[in-house]
Design a protein around this ligand. Sequence first.
Ligand code: ADP
Length: 220
Amino acid sequence: MIEKGCCSIQLTPRQEQIIEIVKKNTPITGEKIAEMLNVRRATLRPDLAVLTMAGLLEARPRVGYFYTGKTPYMLLAEEIRHLKVNDVKSVPVVVRGNISVYDAIVALFTEDVGTLFIVNDDGYLEGAVSRKDLLKVTLGQGDLHKIPVKVVMTRVPNVVTIKGEDSVYEAARRLVEHEIDALPVVEEPQNEEDKDKLKVIGRFTKTNIARIFVEMGEKA
Ligand code: ADP
């Protein structure tokens, strides 16, 4: 399914011609397309296979080829909306709110992340702290060993989160809309009275998006 959208972006002139013929004559058999293009049916086989795999044409046995009406960009969009956060998320890096700003900065380096998520003793989300939040504190006069990280974090309910079953598209949209670098992937509790108890099960960042982008580029 992943291959669907990406290999159809660049069509050969003959594949473009086939699309035009099918658009005007839906449904049409392979035989008839070959006749209109003045080539043998066998010559067209690879092109028809590519167009069907790409999702631009649909083949129905004994009826012929249909034009699906989907452009390569629509198929790519479908693929992006189809991909789930759970398929690409990273391991979360969580700390307690009472660790010092100094230790939080050390954690950014040792864990190699740009955002830390803060959890309480039960492991539920309390806040998020970005590298810029920490950098800002270093510009002040305070003792970095004495300031707890919870003083500078963005607190729940202001933390923007995402669920594992949400689409990567929705996660990326939230990152852009809120101008942030990372989202905690959370598991929502079953019952209503526990609705503020969000278990952190992952991390979704701009790096995840960059990786998806590279993987899609490699499939072309
Ligand atoms: P930028 O680098 O674009 O300024 P940052 O990642 O530094 O973005 O975050 C900007 C602000 O957003 C910081 O105050 C940070 O605490 C906050 N923040 C970071 N992640 C989240 C999140 N998932 N939800 C809400 N706020 C967040």
